[in-house]
Write a protein that binds this ligand. Structure first.
Ligand SMILES: *[C@@H]1O[C@H](CO)[C@@H](O)[C@H](O)[C@H]1NC(C)=O
Length: 436
């Protein structure tokens, strides 16, 4: 990036006269003014509504998302950095794992990293800290990780040089791949970021893993959204997943197919986890339970969607601690990859599991629980479910995960939301402080 810019500048000064310089300076100034007055649009989708407060206006309106993201991923390397990487990844228990966690400062990433570290595994985090939602929350999670002894490398999974370096420094036994562009509706605003993270980024990571010696076993986050427009419930792993309702779902489904390829060609051990609406403390502000809480406290009306013919919209809400147990169970039962140095030596494990709660709750019940916990009456706005990616109903069949690693969720929505609200109020205060 920097290199390119230098070239461009050299070119510029070589070939331009003073007159040209003046002319282009005016054009540039005019462009800046135009951008400045058009200023960042606050669009109406729920995800961007939550984010507006954290947006640094000028730069984000000038640069595309990808450009902005790649700018941020440059600061790594050096002896101190290498020492921190190695120390964080050091295994502290007999037969412990050495795990690279991508998306470590994300919601699930933070909780999984802390749990692994606590039981003595070596854990190294990787996160690009993009501003899809308030980066300050990711920084706060990072601080929590630091206190647990987990170092989070700041970088992108598309940065091949960085990944190579990490695998040179550390011999990872496992990769917990949770980095992704999340959100269903945001895909209509920024489709390329889904391709960048969920497809290109995944392939970049798999390429490094397949060349590594030894190859790590990989557990990664797919999504319940791959069930798309299916109407047969509960959703079972064997059901069709060929009618995604959003680009997000399509990229996760693509990930499952790409996983199949890398398993087949290179002998990588791969386990995909289809998460069902994960919620809890340190959660994601773009999710309904989170911004409902925020808006109820602010006295703002909240949209409650209903399906055709006043059909109930329901979600199989899954509490974060249950998801963490599922992630650890998947890691613990993952077999070794069979290839080495880019060559397959034999068949390897390929799995997909639902991680849900098996009890769908109507979104209106979610709101009632929040009202009780917050002691504030919500202003409900009942609206038709827009056809922009959300599905009406999710319900996981979890018998496969139960059989394979004893997965058994134990937290109901009422109990889990109580913990979330307690965290929310202590983190933000009960007023509207939401972006610091
Ligand atoms: C749940 O999934 C298992 C396979 O893992 C299947 O045998 C069972 O029939 C499914 N149950 C339902 C109710 O769909």
């Amino acid at each position: 990036m920097v290199h390119n810019n230098n070239n461009r500048f050299r070119f510029f000064f070589h070939y331009s006269s003073l007159a040209k310089l003046t002319f282009w300076s005016f054009v540039f100034l005019a462009l800046i003014l135009v951008f400045f007055f058009k200023s960042p649009s606050s669009s109406s989708s729920s995800s961007s509504r939550v984010m507006t407060s954290s947006r640094p206006s000028m730069t984000s309106s000038l640069a595309s998302d990808l450009y902005r993201r790649s700018l941020k991923t440059s600061s790594w390397g050096g002896p101190t950095w290498e020492k921190r990487v190695k120390s964080s990844a050091r295994i502290r228990t007999r037969n412990g794992f050495c795990v690279l966690v991508t998306g470590a400062s994300g919601f699930v990433g933070t909780h999984v990293s802390v749990a692994l570290k606590r039981r003595g595994d070596g854990v190294l985090g990787l996160d690009n800290f993009n501003d899809y939602y308030e980066p300050s929350l990711k920084r706060a999670r990072q601080a929590l990780l630091e206190r647990s002894g987990v170092y989070v490398v700041e970088g992108d999974i598309n940065d091949v040089a960085l990944l190579k370096k990490l695998f040179e420094l550390v011999s990872f036994s496992h990769v917990m791949h949770l980095a992704a562009q999340a959100g269903v509706r945001y895909a209509m605003q920024n489709p390329s970021s889904y391709i960048h993270s969920n497809i290109a980024g995944f392939v970049s990571l798999l390429e490094i893993c397949k060349n590594a010696n030894p190859q790590p076993a990989i557990v990664w986050a797919s999504s319940s959204s791959v069930y798309g427009l299916n109407t047969k419930v509960p959703f079972s792993e064997k059901d069709r997943t060929d009618q995604p309702a959003s680009l997000y779902a399509a990229t996760k489904k693509a990930g499952e197919e790409i996983a199949h390829t890398y398993n087949h060609i290179y002998g990588l051990s791969l386990t995909g986890l289809r998460f069902f609406t994960v919620y809890g403390p340190w959660g994601r502000p773009d999710m309904a339970y989170f911004f409902f809480t925020k808006d109820i406290l602010k006295g703002k009306p909240i949209p409650i969607f209903e399906g055709a013919n006043h059909g109930t919209v329901a979600r199989d809400f899954t509490y974060i601690d249950d998801i963490v147990k599922g992630c650890l169970g998947a890691l613990d039962t993952a077999e070794k990859s069979t290839g080495s140095g880019g060559k397959k030596r034999g068949p390897a494990q390929l799995r997909v599991f639902n991680l849900g709660n098996t009890s769908p709750v109507p979104v209106s019940d979610l709101v009632s629980i929040l009202e009780r916990l917050l002691k504030v009456k919500a202003k409900r706005m009942v609206m038709k479910l827009p056809r922009n990616g959300d599905v009406q109903f999710t319900h996981a069949n979890i018998s496969l995960a139960k059989r394979e690693f004893g997965y058994k969720p134990t937290t109901d929505l009422q109990t889990g939301l109580k913990k979330f609200v307690r965290w929310y109020v202590s983190y933000y205060g009960s007023s509207k402080k939401s972006d610091q």
